[in-house]
Structures are given as C-alpha cells and as structure tokens.
Design a protein around this ligand. Structure first.
Ligand code: PLP
Length: 371
C-alpha cells in the first residue's frame, strides 16, 4: 500500500518572508510600527478601502462587533456551522450568538431560518464565507437593510474571493479576514478589518491599542502617546512589525497562491463529481481556503480512516457551535436538523499551494476506491 505524507494545510514560506522578518529583527523595533503601517497601506490598496490590522481574525470579529455598538442584551445571527471564533467573539461583547441553519448546497447562512429568529434584540448578522464561498450575499444585505441590522462578514476563508465580479472586502458594511498561519495569505497570526465607516475606523484604530486615543498615529511615527485619555473599553489586539513583514511578503505572492488554490480545487471538483457531494462553488471567483466534500454519513468515518492509513490528513470543518457545551444551553440554539445532517457528512481534504496535482489525483483515487 502506498503511504504518503500529505498535510491538510500549511504555511507556504520562502526566502522573502525570512528576509523580511530578519530585517525587522535587525531594526530592533518589533512591536507595532512602520511595517504595520506599510502592510495596512498595501491592504487598503488591495481592497480600495481602509484597513485595520489586528493580531487575530477572532480579534477582528470582536472589535468589529464592539465598534458597531453590539453589546449586552443584543443578539447576533450567525450560522452554527462555523469556527467557534465567531461565537466566542459575539459572546465576548456581552451579546448572544443565535445559531442558524445553513443552506446545504452552499453551507452559508439560511436566511429563512435567520428570519424566524429575528426579534427586537437582534442587532447584527454575521455571514460566514464558508470555505471561501459567499452564498447569497446580495440576499444577506437586503435582509439586513430590511431589518436594520449591521453586517459583520466573517471572510476568514475568503481572502481574494470575488462575488459577482466584485472582490469580497471591497464593498459591504464591515468585512473581517483572518491571516493565521494556514489562510490564503498569512502574517503568522493576524486579522484585518475592512470598512468605509469612518466612525468605526477611528474606534477600531484606538480600541486595538487599549483605546489609548490616537496611539496608532503615534506608533506609526515611531513614538508613543504619553499624555492620553481613554474613553472606551479597549484591548491589546494590535499587530506587530514581525507579523506585518510576513504579511507584506505574502501579499506579493497572492496571485500565485490564488492560481494554485483555484486550479487544485477545480481538479478535485472534476475528479470527484458524481462520487461525493461538493459545495456549490465557482472556482473562477472563489479562492478556497479549505476543500470540503460531503460523503455518505455511514461511510464518512471509514473514509477518514482509509485516508489516514494512506498518510493523507483530513479534517472536519466544523463541529456546529450549538452542540458545544458553552452554547447548547441557549434555548434558541437547541436543534438545527439540517446543520446536524450536513455535519455527519463533512470531510475536509488537503489544500494548500504546495500540494501537487499528483497528490490530488492520489487522494481522489483513494476516495473513489473507498466509497
Ligand atoms: C470561519 C473562521 N472565523 C474566524 C476565525 C478566526 O481566525 P483566527 O484564527 O485568526 O483568530 C477562523 C480561523 O480559523 C475561521 O476559520
């Protein structure tokens, strides 16, 4: 039996990132300074909108919620099938995450279910661009307009994805990306918030530095603010120069990463069509962070074991949040039949820019031979 060593995901790092970090170390200014300013400017150019860098995607979601005024007593609609980061970020504001169903074809939030869960406490909706797929984003914005909700997009999986010809992050209310080690680009760990809302931008730039007023501007000048005021709750969520240097180097490589992720996903799509259910996705627009398939629940765990025996790492994205102890006590989150049915079928296959086409063919061969 042929046994390989195929990782589910990985950082793809070259000499450029090593040189960039080495330069920061030589400068002996490791915290938030000119490299963060540079990366922020580059990302503003990439999205054609203001960018605020923070130290994780979770921090990005938390700050975005806080800066739009979501807090104690409020509710936020979010799909249960997402990373726990979304639920924790909502909970951290004092608000309650309301777990919603997903549309089985796209694995994005089901607006019919969300509409059932609306009430006077609902302040925001957090659509999750699952696996890079955006679903009915126009419908989500229409829903939000109708009910007066803020939209905090969790685009952690969707760096570089387009929707109807427009790049995610370049439009909409507030868009949050994760830049953790395995995302479409990375800054080691990291996150970025993109918005046109000037009030929110100002709030974000202070709140990431403990809400010390105007500290962002001081640090970008290489100084600190000594005589300052603080008017809001803030956090130590800022990005460091080390992280930003990695991020800048990765951004220049993104066109190559994009091409590789899309072509590998298309190959998976072509080879697996008719054998497993695939997320409905156009990989000319979507830059996938993960490659998710849905297999017969009776065979799913066996398939995962067979893949493991062949040295192929696989994952499950995600255990739905309404099944987690911290969130299951919430009456509104009690049962989500469609989400639970999808969860029983999910398997995530390896996907990263260093994966070869031969490896994809090998993986698809094992899947077809097992199911
Ligand atoms: C859907 C989703 N949201 C939020 C996050 C949180 O991002 P971070 O790990 O950068 O905090 C992740 C990270 O994997 C994610 O997958």
């Amino acid at each position: 039996m042929e046994v390989k060593n195929i990782r589910l995901s990985k950082s793809v790092i070259g000499q450029e990132e090593i040189d960039a970090v080495t330069q920061v170390l030589k400068d002996e200014y490791l915290g938030m300074g000119k490299y963060v300013q540079k990366f922020e400017t580059e990302l503003s150019g990439f999205f054609q909108r203001d960018a605020t860098l923070v130290n994780t995607g979770t921090a990005a979601l938390h700050l975005a919620l806080q800066c739009t005024g979501v807090g104690r007593g409020d509710e936020v609609l979010v799909q249960s099938l997402t990373y726990v980061a979304c639920f924790q970020a909502i909970q951290a504001t004092g608000a309650k995450p309301i777990a919603c169903e997903v549309v089985p074809e796209t694995l994005t939030i089901d607006l019919e279910d969300a509409a059932q869960k609306l009430n006077s406490r609902t302040k925001a909706i957090m659509p999750v661009h699952y696996a890079g797929n955006v679903g009915d984003l126009d419908g989500i914005y229409e829903f939000a307009r109708k009910y007066g909700l803020r939209v905090i997009e969790d685009a952690s999986h969707a760096f570089g994805t387009f929707y109807k010809g427009r790049q995610i992050g370049s439009f909409g209310d507030i868009c949050c990306f994760s830049l953790d080690g395995i995302k479409n680009i990375t800054s080691g760990e990291g996150g970025v918030i993109i918005t046109d809302d000037i009030k929110v931008q100002k709030f974000l730039k202070d709140a990431r530095l403990l809400s010390v007023e105007n500290d962002t501007e001081s640090r970008f000048r290489g100084t600190r603010t000594w005589d300052f005021d603080v008017k809001h709750q803030g956090w130590r969520y800022h990005m460091s120069n080390i992280m930003a240097a990695i991020g800048s180097a990765q951004l220049t490589k993104f066109p190559v990463f994009r091409e590789k992720r899309q072509s590998l996903a298309k190959l998976y799509q072509k080879k697996l069509a008719g054998h497993v259910n695939l997320v409905k996705c156009d990989y000319n627009e979507v830059v996938p962070h993960i490659m998710v398939i849905m297999a017969d629940p009776a065979k799913r765990d066996h398939l995962k074991t067979v893949l493991k025996d062949h040295g192929i790492a696989a994952g499950i994205h995600y255990k739905p949040n309404h099944l987690l102890t911290m969130f299951c006590g919430n009456q509104d989150n009690s049962t989500l039949k469609r989400t639970e049915s999808v969860y029983a079928q999910l398997i995530t296959l390896p996907l990263h820019p260093d994966l070869s086409e031969d490896n994809v063919l090998f993986i698809c061969g094992i899947i077809k031979g097992t199911l």
